[in-house]
Design a protein around this ligand. Sequence first.
Ligand code: HEC
Ligand SMILES: [Cu+2]
Length: 391
Amino acid sequence: MPGPPDRAGLIQQKKAWQFWNRSCRPEGDMFSGLNRIIFCVSRRIAGAVLWLVLAAFACSPAYAQDGGQMRPVADMFQPLSRPAEMIHSSSMLVLAITAGIFVVVTTLLVYVVWKFRRKGPEDDLKEPPQIYGSTHIELAWTVVPILITFVLILVTSRTIGEIQNRKMPENAVQIRLVGHQWWWEVHYPKEGIVTANEIHVPLSRRDGAGERPTELILESADVIHSFWVPQLAGKTDLIPNRKNRTWIEPFATGTFFGNCAEYCGTQHANMLLRVIVEEPEAYERWVQKMKAPVPVPQAELAAQGHKAFYANSCVNCHKVDGTNARGVFGPDLTKLMTRQTIGAGVAPLTPETLHAWVRNPQTLKTGCLMPDMKLLDSEVDSITAYLLTLK
Ligand code: HEC
Ligand SMILES: [Cu+2]
């Protein structure tokens, strides 16, 4: 068992983790105002240079334990899923049209400012020619923008329609995702799997028999949340008393980072989501692992923890399949140890962070809806040992 958690060490670890998770968010009052901006910009530049160097030397990218390649950079120019590609191609067209407008307007503006500038004191006594009601000019600047807007509307609504009306094939994976303050409940209704904060989906092929999209039914248990994994699909809200629908169809394996994109309370920023895309065989292995029953622990400490878990009120909020723990207020713990993170991405899931969480979740995720259970040291050790067997 890990020793008593060192609070400073944990916070250090958490900071490093957040640094890696989010692109640019210096902690607290370490930086402010201009310094912060300079810090962010220089970090971005350093990041870009580093990226180029790494790309040049074809270094192998970061790999998670079993989640494949980590894809923490939400690069909007690199969509890796069918709906994201559709959005990308229509936004490139929109970008081209608006860039054209930008160039025309800016050129005219610079030209006019330059051409009609004050050239000397004699200009103060003259007035430029006054033109009233030129039908040609009025028509040009009314009709042309209307036509451009019309094209933009058509392009956008066509893409929205194509994405919303996609009929899911028979073999599509189905996931029900329920937003909670501040974590994601994940159900696979066909397979009978329940988990949290991390969803596994199979890799799809662009065409033919390998095509296998994943349909997501989005619901909320409390307030409005929003599903957003930038490289896989556009944002879709999770609204109480309503079922929204979206889908993803990834063409690359790896761990994709997403988050809640609608402010939903104190720990909104720590309501992170991961989508782990695997080769079809690896995905099937994951499904089988998730369906396999969890044996009752035999080792002494874990067995004690098993008892302590049921003696404390953990069971009112958490579910462990095949036991009396049937709570649904908190995440399902049946296969806890198959996850990469704890507390919706607030920290990596390790024996140390789990121990710290059981001791007092408020240290890692202040304000989260699991209270400090004020357990005895011996209970913290044994319950952690028990939780470590849930895989
Ligand atoms: C009042 C309800 C409640 C009680 C009682 C409770 N929990 Fe929790 N628990 C939660 C909630 C809510 C979360 C999710 C917190 C978050 O991520 O914001 C959670 C998260 C967790 C997690 C992390 C799960 C994950 O995948 O991130 C663990 C482990 C856990 N609880 C263990 C326990 C143990 C052990 C006990 C008993 C000592 C306990 N809980 C008692 C509500 C509760
Ligand atoms: Cu949220």
